[in-house]
Design a protein around this ligand. Structure first.
Ligand code: 1GP
Length: 229
């Protein structure tokens, strides 16, 4: 069973985006704590399987963040299941989960499954649009969402998602204060060592995604930044 409790840094690779072998090796061997495979658009069984097979050449833990029932590929170390707490479209809260468990419920290795309470804070992101994410008014409301995840739902993971845009550390800190016992991930717009350090000071794990494809050298620098802390 994987233990993410000590993770400080993870890279998120999108099956719908291309990375060549050389950069994939550098990313996987960078010292990051894990590779999360996930995306919002264009994720299929085939491109997820293809990416997993390439990542599996390396020792780094590999996790699939499930966003499509058609793309659940066996062979990852663990599966993170998002539960979008501020989804405006109720189909995105539990409906896909019911559909999935109805079909695959008997075959699941539950020790590999971890539910993430997801709070989407960038209204321009593809994830916000797809789930019709409700705007969050202020830090107190963000904290209340974190408490819902922690105290009412007892979820092990809270994921503050700014995908595509660097967020406000004060909002992440508010989520941290509402999510006392569990593990807090932050993802969104990290592209410099300074941003990596800033968010790592309020989140347990920072997740670095897009910059891998835009400027892979800058992506690698975020690992060092966090390890030094
Ligand atoms: C996306 O939180 C991750 O799900 C990372 O965000 O792609 O903006 O780095 P970026």
């Amino acid at each position: 069973m994987i233990d993410y409790s000590g993770w400080r840094h993870a890279f998120k690779l999108d099956p719908d985006k291309w990375i060549d072998d050389e950069w994939l090796e550098r990313i996987c061997e960078s010292g990051t704590d894990a590779i999360i495979v996930g995306g919002t658009l264009g994720v299929t069984y085939d491109n997820t399987l293809a990416l997993m097979s390439r990542i599996r050449r390396y020792a780094v833990p590999a996790v699939l963040e499930v966003s499509s029932l058609q793309a659940v590929v066996p062979g990852f170390d663990a599966y993170f299941i998002p539960l979008v707490l501020n989804a405006g479209d109720p189909d995105w809260i539990l409906q896909p989960h019911v559909t999935g468990l109805r079909e695959y419920g008997a075959y699941i290795h539950w020790e590999e499954i971890f539910t993430e309470g997801y709070l989407i804070l960038n209204p321009e992101s593809a994830a916000a649009k797809r789930t019709a994410a409700r705007p969050v008014a202020d830090t107190e409301e963000a904290k209340a969402y974190a408490r819902v995840a922690s105290k009412l739902c007892r979820l092990p993971i809270f994921y503050v998602e700014y995908s595509g845009r660097y967020g406000d550390p004060r909002w992440v800190a508010a989520c941290r204060s509402g999510f006392e016992e569990g593990h807090l991930f932050y993802g969104g717009g990290i592209s410099t060592p300074e941003q990596a350090r800033e968010m790592a000071s309020v989140a347990d794990t920072i997740v670095v995604g897009n910059i891998i494809y835009d400027d892979p050298k800058a992506a690698l620098a975020t690992v060092e930044a966090v390890k030094d802390l």
